[in-house]
Structure formats: structure tokens, C-alpha cells
Design a binder for this molecule. Structure first.
Ligand SMILES: Nc1ncnc2c1ncn2[C@@H]1O[C@H](COP(=O)(O)OP(=O)(O)OP(=O)(O)O)[C@@H](O)[C@H]1O
Length: 256
């Protein structure tokens, strides 16, 4: 069953004075099956953040619908939508978005506190989650005392602690060095292999090569998709490189 259905969405921004209209998404239509790992790529301004914000229910499409687990959350009231978002979606961002005055443990625990879970249940969830991400020795530390890679793994633990149906990641490796990037991507693959659906916006060909599908957005539309199938990561990387080259030429394949 599709865990996410994006039905012909269009997003038009109106400038503050009401004059100019900017069409950020023209007609985006796709679905994501449970357990997929989808990378979303595209040049700056192609509409990736707009799409992610709509998927995250932080913004609404001008036309079209987004269904998560078959449910259209735009029909919910604000407080119901917040609960729906909290239980169904997990987020990680380029700049980690951890709370500096909270320990690593309390950062991971936060979504459970917001969900009103009791202390015993929280403890039973936080330690195994931290262990699975290799940060269980850091639980009493503060974000400023750990590395960028460890901060991002904390953010992943926080995003997954409520067992969301979809993990949404916005440039998660953007602020990491190459070793931490590889570690994080391998960890995301492992999490994906355990059944977690992941959608990741990235500018990095290498990061995208870890996904099971890469979707290219151009001028507010899905321009091209690459499915991993039996391809190795290097073969996938070559395909992504070719597609990015075509995109940079303006979408014209020189061989066609
Ligand atoms: N709040 C807004 N009001 C008006 N126009 C906007 C707004 N947000 C985005 N846009 C415009 O919509 C288009 C798509 O922007 P978006 O941020 O989604 O692109 P992007 O692919 O995420 O770019 P980047 O890779 O640089 O982050 C751009 O033309 C942008 O200027």
C-alpha cells in the first residue's frame, strides 16, 4: 500500500503586495510505497523545499492533495493536524535543530513528552534507540559537547522515537564531513532495511546513490526518476551523474 500519495499538487506563492505570482510546483504527482528510500534532487529553486514543506503539512498546496496512509491531513483542524504530524512524520534537517539547553537524552525524549507518554515507557524507548544509533554513551552530554555526526544521529533518534510512518530529511548530510556523511547514509540505509520509509531532499549525488529511487524535480514537476533495481551503488551513482548532467543542460539529452 502507498504510505504517501501526492496527487497533482500545484503551489502558487503570491508576493506580499499581491502583485506577482510564483508557481513553485506545477503538477507534482507520485506515490511512495512503504519501505522505500526516495531521494529528491533538483537545481536550486526547482521546488524541493516547497514540496517537503507540503509533505510535512507545514504548508498547503494551492491545488491537489497529499495523503499519508490514505488520510488527507489538510482537512484536519490545526491541533489535530499537529498530532497527526507528530505521530506520522519524523524530521531531520541540515542544521540538526537540537535544543542546546537539553541533553542528548532529553532531545531524543522530547517527542514522547509532547505525546504525553509516561516516564517508564520513555526510558524503555530512548536507550535502545540511542544504542541502535551508537550514541548511548552520550546521553548525558549536551549538543555542544558532541560532534556534527553525533548531533545528526541524535536528530535521527529523535525523529524515529515515535515510530513515524515516514522520515522526511532535508539535506541531512549538508553540514557533515565526508566520514560522518558516509556513517549517516549507511545508518539511514540500515534504518530503511528495517522497513522505515524515508524521503530525503539532497543536492549530493553520493547521498542520493544510497536511495532505492531518485526523483528529479525540474521547474516544479517530476522530470525523471531512477529506480535502483539490481544496480550497485556505483552504477546508481553513474546514472544519477548522467541525469544531473542532462538537467544542467536544461533537460535536453544531447543523444536524443
Ligand atoms: N514563501 C515564498 N514566497 C514566494 N516565493 C517563494 C516562497 N518560497 C519559495 N518561493 C519560490 O518558489 C520557487 C521554489 O523554491 P524552493 O525553495 O521550493 O526551491 P528549492 O528547490 O528548495 O531550492 P534550494 O535548493 O535553493 O533550496 C523559487 O522560485 C522560490 O523563489
Amino acid at each position: 500500500m502507498a504510505v504517501l500519495e501526492v496527487n497533482h499538487i500545484k503551489k502558487v506563492y503570491k508576493t506580499r503586495m499581491g502583485g506577482e505570482e510564483i508557481t513553485a510546483l506545477r503538477d507534482v504527482h507520485f506515490s511512495v510505497e512503504k519501505g522505500e528510500f526516495v531521494a529528491i534532487m533538483g537545481e536550486s529553486g526547482s521546488g524541493k523545499t516547497t514540496l517537503l514543506n507540503i509533505l510535512a503539512s507545514l504548508d498547503t498546496p494551492t491545488v491537489g492533495k497529499v495523503l499519508v496512509g490514505g488520510k488527507d491531513y489538510s482537512t484536519l483542524k490545526d491541533d489535530e493536524r499537529a498530532i497527526f504530524r507528530r505521530t506520522n512524520l519524523g524530521f531531520i534537517f541540515q542544521d540538526f535543530n537540537l535544543l542546546d539547553n537539553f541533553t542528548i537524552e532529553d532531545n531524543i525524549r522530547l517527542p514522547l513528552v509532547l505525546a504525553g507518554e509516561n516516564h517508564k515507557t520513555m526510558d524503555q524507548k530512548v536507550v535502545p534507540m540511542a544504542r541502535s544509533l551508537g550514541i548511548d554513551q552520550l546521553l548525558k552530554k549536551y549538543p555542544y559537547e558532541v560532534s556534527g555526526g553525533q548531533k545528526q544521529r541524535t536528530a535521527v533518534a529523535r525523529a524515529l522515537i515515535t515510530r513515524p510512518s515516514i522520515l522526511l530529511a532535508d539535506e541531512p548530510t549538508g553540514a557533515l564531513d565526508s566520514r560522518s556523511t558516509t556513517n549517516l547514509l549507511q545508518q539511514l540505509c540500515e534504518i530503511n532495511r528495517s522497513g522505515q520509509t524515508i524521503l530525503m531532499v539532497t543536492h549530493s549525488n553520493v547521498a542520493a546513490s544510497y536511495a532505492s529511487r531518485v526523483m528529479f524535480i525540474k521547474d516544479g514537476e517530476v522530470f525523471h526518476q531512477i529506480y535502483r533495481g539490481d544496480m550497485t551503488r556505483n552504477e546508481m551513482l553513474d546514472k544519477i551523474f548522467d541525469a544531473v548532467t542532462v538537467l544542467m543542460r536544461g533537460g535536453e539529452d544531447s543523444e536524443s
